[in-house]
Design a protein around this ligand. Sequence first.
Ligand code: LHQ
Length: 262
Amino acid sequence: MADFKELTLHLDKGLATITLNRPERLNALNAALKAELLTAVRQIAGKHSGVRCLLITGSGRGFCAGADLAEGGALSGNDMGASLIDTYHPLLQELAELPMPIVSAVNGVAAGAGMSLAIAADIVIAAKSAYFLQAFVNIGLVPDAGSTFILPRLIGDARARAMMMLGEKIPAETALDWGMIYDVVEDSALMETANTLAMKLANGPTLALSNIRKLMASSSTNSFSEQLQAEAMAQRAVGQTHDCVEGVTAFVQKRRANFSGQ
Ligand code: LHQ
C-alpha cells in the first residue's frame, strides 16, 4: 500500500475512507495532496482491492478549501487550464468511473474545487455547521473541476448561476433545501451517520450500485429511448450476478440478503 502524507486511507470491511489531512490549510489541494488522492483512488479502483464503497471527508474544521492558492501553480499568469487538465481531470475522471458508490461527509467548508470534489460523490452528507462556496468568482476565476456540469443538475440553473456568480456561502441546511445534498446532521453525528450509510453501501450489491452510477451519468445526456436501452443493457448484466440470485433467493426465503459484491 502506498505511503500517504497529505491524506489518510483507512480500509475496513470493504469500506475505504479517505481523510484529507491538511487541516491548517482547510485541506486545500496542493500538488502533493492531488497526487496522493489520485494514487489512493486508483488503488481503491484496483480489481483486487476488495473495496466496495469510498467515503471522503476532511480533517479539522474544513472539508476542502479548493486549490491551494499559496502554491505557485495557482498564481495568475500560470496556465491554470493545464493545471486542471494535468491534475484535477484525471482525479475527477477516476472518481466518475469508480465501480462503487462514493459518499462524502462534508465536515466543514467545501469551497472551489473542494466543493466540486464534495458534490462528485453519489451521496453527500453535511454537518450542520458546514457550508458550500463557489469561491472561484471571488478570485476572478470560473468554476471548474466539474462544478458547471454537476451543480446545475443538482440545484437547477437559477440557483447554480447565482452561486457561481455571487460567490456566497451556502449553509448546509440551505444546500439540503435546494436538493444539492442528501442530508444534514448535527456536527457530532456526522461521521457515525456517514459511516453507517457507507457501510450499508459497502455491503450492498456492488455491481448493481456501480451500474446505477453509470445510468445516472448517462441520464444527463441520453435521450429517453437511449436511456431505456441503457437500462436494459445494465439489467441484462446485473441480472446475471451472484448478488441478484442472492437477492431474489433471500426475498423468497424471507431472510436478509447477504451480498458479496459478485
Ligand atoms: C488556504 C486556502 C486555500 C491556501 C484557506 N489555499 N490556503 C484554481 C486555480 C488553479 C487551477 C485549478 O483550479 C482552481 C480551482 C479552485 O479551487 S479556485 C478556488 C480556491 N479556493 C478559494 O478561493 C477559497 C479560499 N479560501 C477562503 O475563501 C477562506 O479560507 C474560506 C472561506 C474557505 C474559509 O475562511 P475562514 O474560515 O475564515 O478560514 P481562513 O481564511 O482563516 O483559512 C484558514 C487558513 O487556511 C488560513 O491560513 P492562515 O495561515 O492565515 O491560518 C488560510 O490562508 C488557509 N487557506 N483556504 N484555498
